[in-house]
Design a protein around this ligand. Structure first.
Ligand code: PEP
Length: 252
């Protein structure tokens, strides 16, 4: 049985006071949920503050990291620094990094490797653009994104990693993949990994991301290969995020 994970990606949102209020509402109630793992990924500058607010039931994650370990890389943040601040997870290859900042598959794979070098669990985001879905090449795109990491790090690396399927057309748009659409790609991802190692594939958590809300979470999380969610907008509202965490805990 895979344990569900719900990770909140705060993106470039938050302030010291807003973070305090959000975590005040979320932390105590997540502590009462015992069948779901929960993580929050605030902006770098708030990691230290949020680490003091998460309590023991919520893990800390970052939204990105450098592919480099240290040195003359102005503006970058290393995996070692994230580990030092108490991070357990780091998102790599989010579609906003890929599309807005030109981060390609090979660069994403190097970030995945950097995360693992520092004992962080990468949450590897994959997913197709709208035009790629319309051209019916979703599987080709997702396979290419996975292969870049498999080629560099090997399938064993996925024992300590999470995959997030995030169709780009569903992120922040209010447009969600149907449970069947999402399940089909999740099953494909698991099959691709199973082609390398069946036990790794059976164990890896594959999250769905893209406009998950309290009212669509249950149906998505009830799909056989969906093991929780990567949540953007709804992770900034305590009641919505908690409802999604509860849905993941009850799914199965
Ligand atoms: C995301 O940023 O990973 C995401 C899924 O965003 P949203 O939930 O807002 O679509």
């Amino acid at each position: 049985m895979r344990r569900p994970l719900v990770a909140g990606n705060w993106k470039m949102n938050g302030s010291r006071s807003a973070n305090q209020a959000l975590m005040h509402d979320v932390a105590a109630q997540v502590a009462a949920l015992d069948s779901v793992d929960v993580a929050v990924c605030p902006p770098f500058v708030y990691l230290e503050q949020v680490s003091s607010l998460v309590g023991s039931a919520i893990a800390l994650g970052a939204q990105d990291l450098s592919d480099q370990d240290e040195g003359a890389h102005t503006g970058e943040v290393s995996g070692a620094m994230l580990k030092d601040l108490g991070c357990q997870y780091v998102i790599v290859g989010h579609s906003e990094r890929r599309t807005l900042y030109g981060e390609d598959d090979a660069f994403t794979a190097r970030k995945f490797a950097a995360a693992r070098r520092h004992g962080l669990k990468p949450i590897l985001c994959v997913g197709e653009l709208l035009e790629e879905r319309e051209q019916d090449i979703t599987e080709k795109v997702v396979a290419r994104q996975l292969d870049a990491v498999l080629d560099l790090e090997g399938v064993e690396a996925f024992r300590d990693a999470v995959v997030a399927y995030e169709p780009v057309w569903a992120i922040g748009t209010g447009r969600t993949a149907t449970p069947d659409q999402a399940q089909a790609v999740h099953a494909f991802i698991r099959e691709q990994l199973a082609g390398h190692d069946a036990s790794v594939a059976a164990g890896v958590q594959i999250l769905y991301g893209g406009s998950v809300k309290a009212d669509n979470a249950v149906e998505l999380f009830n799909q056989a290969d969906i093991d929780g969610g990567l949540i953007g907008g709804a992770s900034l509202k305590a009641a919505d995020f908690l409802a999604i965490c509860r849905a993941a805990g009850q799914a199965g």
